[in-house]
Design a protein around this ligand. Structure first.
Ligand code: KG4
Ligand code: ZN
Length: 331
């Protein structure tokens, strides 16, 4: 089965072509214009998607080595994400679908991240835990089978990626903040600055990152530190976010008895995170997977792979496909 996938939920314009779970092409343009503003500007994102989508699609089809007539389905992200940005992708997909008589599949962006772990895999073995750590989400789901998702952990305030982005801004670094903090941390050492791992009232599984952000704010405002300390601060700030993620993951594994884990979303690109996860697999209990770095941040290949799962389950859409900016993974 050949799928053409379209992803425009935020600031990446991406189109991919897959055959079953194999990626034939994946063209992603990251809209660098947002760096000037220190974060994604929704109106600019929509305009950029509009001007890029045609050419990105053309290139991805060309790179795939197959033609549009050989595509069985068009899979497109229809939520969650920025309203205008989603509209560009969905309307483009609808036009392509109608003009070429190719059935349409609406895909949940978060399910895309989940299924990014199965790119190039022959089969999917359930159950497993799925940790989603992106700019908008920090969640742990128990995935018992396709579409049987149970939410165990969620953030009560900021997402992990957002904590990276906001911390980076306070340290005078660029956007997106995760890679910037990771880079600066490489020059620093761990243990000089103590940031708290937040306890969340009434749920030991949930995440909270707003206290961490506030701690950083007051530390930088105090006269205890200078710019020379920033590399060590970045190091401990990053360490606290990653330790928080791992602590909650261990709690959910212990609770559910499930130690097969897939990790997805932009923060999964963090090498220190991967190293720390590798350490906990050493006791032989855990089996932790994460996608190749290029499929951690937003991309259309993951939308194809999730679309493939939907097609196998006969879940197609039609020309009434709508956008859902606040779509949850189990909707
Ligand atoms: O999954 P994603 O590309 O978009 C959303 O769906 O949100 O995730 C983007 C987030 C940003 O907050 C970015 O700072 C973070 O992922 N991120 C990282 C790294 N690369 C991207 N965070 C930590 N370390 C990284 N290397
Ligand atoms: Zn994403």
């Amino acid at each position: 089965m050949n799928i053409l996938g379209i992803e425009t939920s935020c600031d990446e314009t991406s189109v991919a072509v897959t055959h079953h779970r194999k990626v034939l092409s994946n063209t992603t343009v990251s809209q660098l214009i947002h760096t000037e503003y220190g974060g994604v500007v929704p109106e600019i994102a929509s305009i950029e998607h509009l001007s890029l989508i045609n050419e990105v699609t053309r290139k991805s089809i060309k790179d795939s080595g197959i033609t549009l007539s050989e595509i069985d389905y068009i899979a497109v992200t229809n939520g969650p994400g920025l309203k205008g940005a989603l509209l560009v992708g969905v309307n483009f997909a609808k036009g392509l679908s109608a003009a070429n008589d190719i059935p349409l599949i609406g895909v949940n962006h978060m399910e895309g991240h989940l299924f990014s772990n199965f790119i190039d895999k022959k089969q999917i073995v359930y159950p497993f835990l799925c940790m989603l750590v992106s700019g908008g989400h920090t969640q742990i789901w128990l995935v018992s089978s396709y579409k049987d998702y149970k939410l165990f952990s969620n953030t009560v305030d900021d997402a992990a990626g957002e904590a990276f982005d906001k911390g980076a801004r306070m340290l005078g670094l660029g956007y997106p903040g995760g890679p910037e903090i990771e880079k600066l941390s490489k020059f620093g050492s761990i243990g000089e600055f103590n940031f708290p791992i937040a306890r969340v009232k009434n749920s030991k599984f949930n995440f909270s990152f707003s206290g961490l952000k506030t701690s950083l704010y007051y530390l930088l405002k105090s006269n205890k530190v200078t710019e020379k300390d920033y590399k060590n601060i970045a190091c401990d700030y990053q360490e606290t976010i990653l330790d928080t993620l791992i602590k909650k993951l261990v709690l959910v594994s212990d609770e559910t008895g499930v130690f097969d884990v897939v990790i997805s979303g932009g923060v999964t690109a963090n090498i220190r995170f991967r190293d720390k996860l590798d350490q906990i697999t050493k006791n032989g209990l855990y089996n932790i997977h994460y996608p190749p770095i290029k499929y951690c941040t937003d991309n259309a290949a993951m939308i194809c792979i999730a679309g493939y799962e939907k097609a196998l389950n006969s879940e197609t859409s039609d020309s009434t496909l709508d956008i859902y900016p606040n779509l949850m993974m189990d909707q």
